[in-house]
Write a protein that binds this ligand. Sequence first.
Ligand code: PEP
Length: 248
Amino acid sequence: MRRKLVAGNWKMNGSIAANALLLAEIKAGLGNAACDAAVCVPAPYFAQCQALLSGSAIALGAQDMSAHDAGAYTGEVSASMLLEFSCRYVIVGHSERRAYFGETNELVAQKAVRAIKAGLIPIVCVGETLAQREAGRTDVIVGEQIDAVLSLIAENDLSKIVVAYEPVWAIGTGETATPEMAQEVHAMLRKRLSAKNAQAAMQVKILYGGSMKPENAKELLAMPDIDGGLIGGAALKAMDFLSIIRAA
Ligand code: PEP
């Protein structure tokens, strides 16, 4: 049985005052959650959020990291820096990084492997655009994205990743994949993981992301291969985030 994970992706949102309020509300309403929960926050707020989450069941995560260890890489943030602020997770290959910052499948794979080496859990995002889905290329595109990671990762490390299927057309649009559509891609992803390491593939959490909200979380999370959610917009409202956690 895979324990579910609900991870919030705050993206480039927040302020010291807003973060304090949001995390106070989430902590107050959390109770005994039946799933793992995390918030992936902008890097300047790591110290603040580390302090606010200390002793709570909510883990801290980052939204990206460098594929390099250290050195002359202006603007980059390394895995060891994330660890200094008790980050447990790091999102790699979010579709916004791929679309706006030119991140390739290979770079995303390098980041995932670097994260594992450092002891972080990479949340590897994959997903197709609307044009790719309409052209019937979902499996090819998502397959290539996950295969890039599988070709670089050691067999024994496979169980250390989390995968997030995020159809690009569903991110921030209010459009959601139906539970059946999402399940189909999740099952395909697990099959690919199985080809690398069948035992580990059964342990890997595959999250769904793309306008998951209180109204649709329960039916998505009921699918056999949907092991949680990566939540954008709804993670910025404590009530909504908590209600998705309760649905998990
Ligand atoms: C995301 O960006 O990871 C995401 C899933 O966003 P939203 O929930 O707003 O669609």
